[in-house]
Ligand binder design. Sequence first.
Ligand code: SF4
Length: 696
Amino acid sequence: MSQPELAVRTHCPYCAFQCGILMGEDLGGDRPRISGDPHFPVNNGQLCVKGWSSAALLGHPQRVTVPQLRDGRGRWRPAEWDEALDFVAAKLASIRERCGADANGVFGSGALTNEKAYLLGKFARVALGTANIDYNGRFCMASAAGAQNRAFGIDRGLPFPVADVERAEVVLLVGANTADTLPPMMQWFDRQRANGGRLVVADPRRTPTARRADLFLQVTPGTDLALANGLLYIAIEEHIVDGRYIADRTNGFAAARAVVLQYHPARVERLTGVSESQLRQAVRWLATARSSMVLTGRGTEQHSKGVDSVHAWINLMLALGKVGKPHSGFGTLTGQGNGQGGREHGQKADQLPGYRLIEVDAHREAVASVWGVDAASLPRKGKSAYELLDVLSGEVKSLFVMGSNVAVAAPNLARILPKLQALELLVVCDAFHNETSEHAHVFLPVYQWAEEEGTLTNLEGRVIRRRTVARPPTGPRSDLRVLYDLALRLGVGDKFAFRSAEHVFDELKRATAGAPADYSGISYAKIERQDGVFWPCRSEDDPGTPRMFTERFHHPDGRANFFAVEHREAGEEPSAEFPLFFTTGRYKEHYNSGAQTRGVGKLANAQLLPRLEIHPRLARRHRVSTGSRVTVESRRAKVEFVAEVTADIRPDTLFAPFHWGGRQAANLLTSGVLDPTSRMPEFKLAAVRIASVRDG
Ligand code: SF4
């Protein structure tokens, strides 16, 4: 595609890579043209198929442009903004009056800009006074965040620029299929390997990413923690740990070592299915390289032991002395577009802006003083995402959803959907109807990505600017305006009266000053000048922090923490009744719940329906061939998929993507078992059986 004239530099609306794009101006009617921005140093001009087609969301015929309420027969009818907002505000106030402030729930999103995430958190705490706000990042990044906080004292997905991958001699990628989920990321692995580096991939599926690896570890689902402990066992046994680094920069190695010494290679081979020779090869490469790194994705994180699994990988890289060294260390590949910024600015049940903790008095006071409220009036910690959904229509009577499609993204949908349906009030703020709005009482149409200004923080911790390129249609409003409109009706409009997104950002800066995720030295102008600013950035003179942990970690003593972590069974393991693993993931054509990408013709046509990956051996046993209709059953539900027979998956495992809702929802099968620390549901492992097979 040729580069558009009058190009505006902005970013893709989808994933956390936040590829730089150039957009031609919207000249009225025609959709803006798009090309990759060759000067943005993350994607260097490359885009995936989602990015190339992202302008199709603008001017889309199914765009909702007027507020909608249900009529007496439950059908949508158009409404004036004032009528819809008056209705919502009155219901929220009535529920608060009758049932208490916590009976109103708020559900945010890792797709919201920093300004929106910040203001939504403030809206929940100040306008509604509810503790019950959480967001869909709890279904995405929470376990990696939990482990990094415990190990390093702070959580930034990649504590170094993605370009560091190019100079890493060895990269171990765990549970991350970047060839499909972050295609422009593959250029960095290609360069790394062109420089003589090695790529190791651990995954239950031989994914397109795994096919490009020098070493592939086809690990049994749910055993990554044992795999990491097994690698550290060998490193200790072969005396290739970095004793000087451990002594100088870490705490807790002795306790971790004592546990790891129970992970003899023979035991690990039995648990994980990875041979001892592969284990030794992988850890020797990691340990003896001058630079090496481990990068994790959702495959290792979305488990009931996700935090401990991630910490096991961190233990390994600390023991090898790699964290904080050039082109080395540990990082996690954040998924959602603003998955990083979305988790920093106060839409989590336990956090206030800047990663301040809602249960710490000093943190409450710092934020309350910026908000101009009494710290004692701020609610305490609320329920995490799944726990909040699980009490809908019980102790929580309403849900205000901004930018999230919980009716597809949540686990254990057979349990959650009836609760969503029975709510007294469900409000969805979005640009398009989705499976969640099917249950809603009110739909408030809002601007899309290219229709307003804002900032996002990409997977490197780089704060970037999203710019206005397209004129929004008449009718929708900014999410920021909607929050103001409702706050006004709830009697606190003065606390939400901002002139622009930049004006909100100015308050966000003050609310994060001195906090772990400190944005106080960042401005829209500095982002412009520097092509993004890495937080923490503490003053106007501070250029930001591309590389963290080079001298010290974020704990008060400056040291990183090992943590002794044990392999344990998943919430449910295969049994005689349900003998197979079921795991979920993504297609390159679709983004998360598919609410946007299923509406883009090119993407929808390329992947119309989810396919069930099944190994030929298992397929023969059940008389399944490609195209057969296979009903998969877990303890919670049955789902019929079209089969795709492939030797790329383990014979004991079935895989399906989770981008679809209704009867095609993979999350009907997944469970609501949570990680005890992060409250992350166990999306990546359910025990299932093949209930029936029909010819396709
Ligand atoms: Fe880049 Fe992600 Fe957008 Fe694809 S979806 S173009 S990888 S930001």
